[in-house]
Design a protein around this ligand. Structure first.
Ligand SMILES: Nc1ncnc2c1ncn2[C@@H]1O[C@H](COP(=O)(O)OP(=O)(O)OP(=O)(O)O)[C@@H](O)[C@H]1O
Ligand SMILES: [Mg+2]
Length: 340
């Protein structure tokens, strides 16, 4: 992209949105002389709007093994920003993955420093694990766009794939990874692989003996482990796995993960922030209005900091203990349906 000296109006003609991930300028100050041309941390991108492409791994049987997303895509936009945790989870995951990718790029000797580029997120349903993976891939595809001219996400649905064709599972896992390997052959392409509910593929081999088809279950885990070991020679592949059932996962799979992060149920403060974000959205679309004396404070650390007009929301957050982020995000529709 070429830049010419330009006035403010024409900048807004070019860009749909300018997002500032982090900066050292105080809130509220105007950004003047934004040195776009020379900054390494400014990334330009266009969102892909084509939607996912279904990938078949067995033409004859018409088995759709995965969905391929060209990143960054419109469907994953703002996922990351809208995820709320009152821990450092997002920062930790992002910094770790960023470090992994950097080390890989520098061709770190993997015999000394073991880098598998495998991330495992575990935790109860609806706590944002899948969203975190998608948001992470979207952000990295943008941040790394100087080095990787394009990025894709292969979303493997292990469940649907292996429920019907379990006896073939080992072979299918291999075919799936062959496809991933083909994509990764282009060293300018960053390939994110999302294996949701990885327990259906990577179930503990000892407990597989109690299942209906133990030999096939073991074949599936073995194939997955072998393929993970094979694909790790590709610097440009990052595998993101999620699971509700950490205890059922095979030890060898957990052992291969560079990081295992626990995504727990939201705390009261996180629930408060989620409820607040739902209310703000309802205000934005004009179906909820705040009264004159009401406001919902940001970034509260405790009950005492909240003005009395907003204490009710905090009490609701306290009473919502045990609800997942998913359940909270469904609440506004439920409440609205009761009102109308
Ligand atoms: N921490 C959070 N902050 C904001 N929204 C959240 C959070 N966690 C979950 N949600 C909401 O819940 C929805 C479902 O999240 P997601 O599918 O990522 O959860 P999950 O952990 O993968 O669940 P499952 O284990 O059932 O697959 C998201 O679209 C989002 O709206
Ligand atoms: Mg999920």
């Amino acid at each position: 992209m070429e830049f010419e000296e330009t006035n403010e109006e024409s900048v807004s003609d070019i860009f749909e949105k300018i997002l500032i991930g982090s900066c050292q300028i105080k809130d509220g100050l105007k950004l003047r002389n934004l040195d776009i041309k020379n900054s390494k941390n400014v990334h330009f991108y266009k969102l892909n709007t084509d939607g996912p492409l279904s990938q078949s791994i067995d033409e004859e049987e018409n088995i759709i093994g995965s969905q391929l997303w060209q990143l960054p895509c419109i469907e994953f936009e703002n996922i990351w920003e809208n995820l709320i945790y009152d821990t450092q989870l997002k920062n930790d995951v992002m910094s770790y993955v960023y470090a992994l990718v950097h080390l890989s790029e520098k061709h770190v000797n993997s015999k000394i420093i073991n880098v598998n580029r495998l991330i495992l997120l575990v935790g109860p349903p609806g706590t944002g694990k899948t969203s975190l993976c998608k948001g992470l891939a979207q952000h990295l595809s943008i941040r790394l766009n100087n080095r990787y001219t394009h990025s894709v996400m292969i979303e493997i649905n292990s469940h649907s794939l292996f429920s019907k064709w379990f006896s073939e599972s080992g072979k299918l896992v291999q075919k799936m990874f062959d496809q991933i390997d083909d994509l990764a052959e282009d060293s300018k392409c960053m390939v994110f692989v999302l294996i949701d509910e990885v327990e259906s593929l990577g179930m503990c081999r000892e407990s597989s003996n109690s299942r209906a088809e133990p030999a096939d279950a073991i074949r599936a885990v073995n194939a997955l482990l072998t393929q993970i070991d094979r694909i790790r020679r590709r610097d440009n592949v990052l595998i993101l796995c999620t699971s509700n059932l950490e205890d059922s996962l095979d030890r060898a799979l957990i052992d291969r993960a560079d990081i295992v992060k626990n995504v727990g149920e939201p705390s009261t403060l996180a629930l408060y922030a989620m409820l607040k974000s739902c209310i703000m959205e309802m205000i934005r679309i004009g179906v909820v209005e705040l009264k004159d004396n009401e406001n919902i404070p940001e970034d509260i650390q405790s009950y005492d900091e909240i003005p009395s007009s907003s204490k009710t929301l905090f009490k609701i957050a306290q009473q919502s203990h045990g609800l997942s982020g998913r359940a909270i995000s469904m609440l506004p529709t439920l409440v609205y349906s009761k009102k109308s």
